[in-house]
Write a protein that binds this ligand. Structure first.
Ligand SMILES: Nc1nc2c(ncn2[C@@H]2O[C@H](COP(=O)(O)OP(=O)(O)OP(=O)(O)O)[C@@H](O)[C@H]2O)c(=O)[nH]1
Ligand SMILES: [Mg+2]
Length: 258
């Protein structure tokens, strides 16, 4: 018997965007923690299994995104080792099939844009389909109207998506909003089914992925991380030999100086 295929979805966006609520909405039960965690490190993740009614299985990765457009040096080092751990875990699961970018229905912000670049451009090298999930739309007469009004802003900020879901993900709403909540479940599941391409292999990050990721992420860093600190992270947390770690760190330094 052929093994049952599991598709892997990475959900990202800034804090409070509704990532965990969207996962619960898709799952039809409270599996992801609606958090106010005080300790948050960029690119830390939690993995949840979900099965849709038609039997399709998904592994959904709830992640911690950027809370500001830029990164402090310490966060940069943690983000490197978290990204490395995340990509390796995804590789073991068969690669990334879909990115879900969660935003609150409001204006497009610089932090939103940085999160888009971090996950879509840096982490997944633009090789994974991305669907936009716009939450907090229960007050719209028609939730889809948000997209019609805002697609120009998204384009202006170079935020491109293969598809989108305009929804409400809040579970504790009154009767009128309750219908929109149920409608939202169908919308998000449909978007996932459409864009989580079953015939396509999951993306795993190719050769040289880590060095390239670290180099791109430098763009977001406030200050200059020390080369010895980068070598330390690569060696101690990512398991590279000291020699390889030094070469990678030197390569990144050269690239950023040229
Ligand atoms: N009104 C409304 N509230 C929402 C919606 N989606 C989420 N919320 C609420 O917004 C808060 C944050 O939602 P979460 O799902 O925890 O957001 P998150 O992106 O997982 O946040 P972090 O885990 O902190 O990064 C919670 O109180 C939710 O109940 C929505 O569509 N409408
Ligand atoms: Mg959350």
């Amino acid at each position: 018997m052929a093994p049952v295929l599991t598709r892997n979805i990475v959900v990202f966006g800034e804090t409070g965007a509704g990532k965990s609520s969207v996962i619960n909405l898709m799952a039809g039960e409270e599996i992801a923690h609606i958090s106010s965690d005080s300790h948050r490190c960029t690119l830390h993740w939690t993995e949840y299994p979900i099965t849709f009614e038609n039997g399709t299985r998904y592994k959904v990765f709830d992640t911690v995104g950027l809370e500001e457009p830029r990164l402090q040096t310490g966060d940069y080092l943690t983000a490197i080792s978290n990204a490395y751990g995340l990509i390796n875990t995804l590789k073991e699961r068969g690669g990334v099939n879909l990115l879900l970018f969660c935003i609150r229905g409001g204006r497009v912000t610089a932090t939103m844009h940085s999160n888009y670049r971090l996950f879509f451009e840096f982490l997944c090298e633009e090789k994974v389909p991305l669907a936009l999930v716009v939450t907090n739309l229960e007050r719209e007469a028609r939730m889809e109207d948000w997209y019609t009004r805002n697609m120009g802003h998204l384009e202006k900020h170079n935020i491109r998506s293969a598809g989108h879901a305009c929804i409400t993900a809040a579970n504790l709403l009154d009767g009128r909003h309750r219908d929109k909540f149920e409608e939202s479940r169908s919308i998000i599941r449909r978007v996932v089914e459409t864009h989580c391409n079953a015939s396509m292999e999951g993306w795993t990050g190719g050769q040289g992925w880590l060095a390239s990721f670290i180099g791109k992420l430098m763009e977001f860093v406030i200050g200059r991380p020390k080369k010895t600190d980068v070598v330390g992270v690569l060696n101690k947390r990512c398991g590279m030999t000291k020699e390889v770690a030094r070469q990678v760190a030197q390569h990144i330094k050269d690239e950023n100086q040229s």
